[in-house]
Each structure stands twice: as structure tokens, then as C-alpha cells.
Design a protein around this ligand. Structure first.
Ligand code: CO
Length: 209
């Protein structure tokens, strides 16, 4: 085993000891079930670790991360996570968390080829094109970039709400809110983009099922 992995195993030993000391019986409890209140869908970026930035412990948040926090209606991975979180874990809050300076969003703004990821990021180009008027009002490239990071979050919040999974939950009266947050790498702070959606009536008519 490499020294780097050995170090991680050592870190883990120390962490598990301290966590158990602070929370007597916690591992017995966690081994039996998970009962998180939140589903977090965020970017894979190493600087945006879900549990850490919102101060949650193991067992408190169900997490899905991918490049540029995408929720595509043909992605079995995110849909399976969403289905399990809503139907089985019955979370009450879904947090779609993006971040400023997102490399995925940046790549989508460029006119260069990056590889397979260009297919993954194509829908961000659609968000750009669909909001061209607002984006062109920005006075600098940085402002455009920041705005697109925010618009991407808002689009993914909508995409979550457009799913049959979320709309069926609302239909059966399940309390379920979908929130759009964005994280600043430079200050470590989360901002609420105030697009919280908790009923089918908040969706554009064509997306209501
Ligand atoms: Co990112």
C-alpha cells in the first residue's frame, strides 16, 4: 500500500475514535439505519464537500455529486438517487448546490473541445443560449461566468421539479421542498438563490404532469 493510502487509513482510525467518543453508540445506530433529512446534489469539485460546509455528520445528508451539479432527465444515476431519497428515505428538503468558479460551467462557456465531458456539459450551453439577453447585459466575462453558475443552479432546481418522482411526491401530499444554493469558494459562504419550489403550481404549465 502506498504511503498516501496508509496515511488515510491512519487518519480514519483517529477520526472514528474521536467521533465515537463524542457520540457514544453512534456507529451502532448508524449501522442499523440511515434517516437523513436532506438530499444534496452538488458538484464533484473537491473544494465543495457537502457534509463539511453545512456542518452535518454521517447519517444526516444523502449525497449525489457530479461535474457541475447536473440533473439530466436521462441520467439513471441522479434519478435513482432522487427516487431513493424521495420515496424511501422521504427527505423533506432537496438542496441543489452549485458554486462560483465552477470548472464545468467555465468549460461550457468556452469554444474549445474538452472530450466526453462536452456532452455532459452541453445542457449548460443550452442554459447560456436560453438566457442570452440577461447574460449579454453583464459588463465583464467574470460577471457572465458568475451569472451562468447561478442560472445553472436554477435550471437544475427546475429539472428536479420536472421529474415524475418529485411531482408524484407532491401529489400524495409529501412535504418536499427543492432549494437552489450557491457556494463561494473565495469566502466559504452559501447563498440562497431563492428559487425554493414546493408545489407543482410553481412550475411552468407545460412541465406540470
Ligand atoms: Co464545479
Amino acid at each position: 500500500m502506498s504511503d498516501r493510502i496508509k496515511q488515510l487509513i491512519e487518519n480514519n482510525k483517529e477520526w472514528s475514535k474521536q467521533f465515537a467518543e463524542k457520540n457514544p453508540g453512534i456507529f451502532d445506530k448508524l449501522a442499523k439505519l440511515q434517516n437523513p433529512n436532506y438530499l444534496w446534489i452538488g458538484c464533484s469539485d473537491s473544494r465543495v464537500p457537502a457534509n463539511t460546509i453545512v456542518g452535518l455528520q454521517p447519517g444526516e445528508v444523502f449525497v449525489h455529486r457530479n461535474i457541475a451539479n447536473q440533473v439530466n432527465h436521462s441520467d439513471l444515476n441522479v434519478l435513482s438517487v432522487l427516487e431513493y431519497a424521495v420515496n424511501v428515505l422521504q427527505v423533506n428538503d432537496i438542496i441543489l448546490c452549485g458554486h462560483y468558479n465552477c470548472g464545468g460551467v467555465k468549460a461550457a462557456m468556452e469554444n474549445t473541445e474538452h472530450g466526453i465531458v462536452d456532452h455532459w456539459l452541453r445542457s449548460i450551453k443550452d442554459v447560456y443560449q436560453g438566457n442570452l439577453d440577461e447574460i449579454n447585459q453583464c459588463s465583464s466575462e467574470d460577471d457572465k461566468f458568475n451569472l451562468l453558475c447561478e442560472l445553472n443552479v436554477k435550471q437544475q432546481v427546475s429539472n428536479i421539479c420536472y421529474t415524475t418522482i418529485v411531482q408524484r411526491a407532491w401529489k400524495r401530499g409529501q412535504q418536499l421542498s427543492v432549494h437552489g444554493l450557491i457556494y463561494g469558494l473565495a469566502d466559504g459562504l452559501l447563498k440562497d438563490l431563492e428559487v425554493t419550489t414546493n408545489s407543482v403550481n410553481q412550475l411552468e404549465n407545460i412541465y406540470q404532469l
